[in-house]
Ligand binder design. Structure first.
Ligand code: 5GP
Ligand code: ZN
Length: 135
């Protein structure tokens, strides 16, 4: 399989690692949105949030939490965004699941691409009912 992040796991592709254990690896994003932007991935290949084993996801989330806390302390970040994109429509470009840990600074230029607007409460109820029914 031709997967960049599997290449990073194996060491075939170099990376600047922050942390690794038996289940997950954290490394610096090669095209950071902010200072300290890191990625956390499972060692094993899963495509996205729909595909990943829930226990592996829980472990990756724990590692992401630790990286977020360490980045806040070490880099004096004012906040942090954890971003997980699943699917091309959600801007996923590498199809080995990953969490972005993006330290945020009062003066950074990151703008998340979404435009909040008030919703019709009846629409919210209808959407909630559909999602609830599929859980
Ligand atoms: P996505 O767009 O799938 O949510 O995020 C993929 C991320 O992987 C991007 O932020 C991109 O900069 C990063 N990336 C892509 N190729 C490499 C690589 O070879 N090394 C590292 N460290 N990051 C990469
Ligand atoms: Zn992979």
């Amino acid at each position: 399989m031709d997967c960049i992040f599997c290449g990073i796991v194996s060491g075939a592709i170099p990376s600047t690692r922050i942390y690794e254990d038996e289940g997950a690896i954290a490394f610096m994003d090669i095209n950071p949105g902010t200072r300290g932007h890191a990625l956390v991935i499972p060692r094993s290949h899963f495509r996205d949030i729909h595909d990943i084993d829930p226990e592996v996801l829980a472990h990756v989330a724990k590692v992401a939490q630790r990286v977020a806390g360490a980045a806040r302390t070490a880099l004096a970040a004012d906040g942090v965004n954890l971003v997980q994109s699943s699917g091309a429509a959600a801007f996923q470009s590498v199809f080995h699941i990953h969490f972005h840990v993006i330290p945020r600074y009062e003066d950074d230029d990151v703008r998340l691409p979404w435009c909040p607007r008030p919703a019709d409460p009846a629409d919210l109820r209808a959407q909630a009912e559909k999602i609830r029914g599929a859980m």
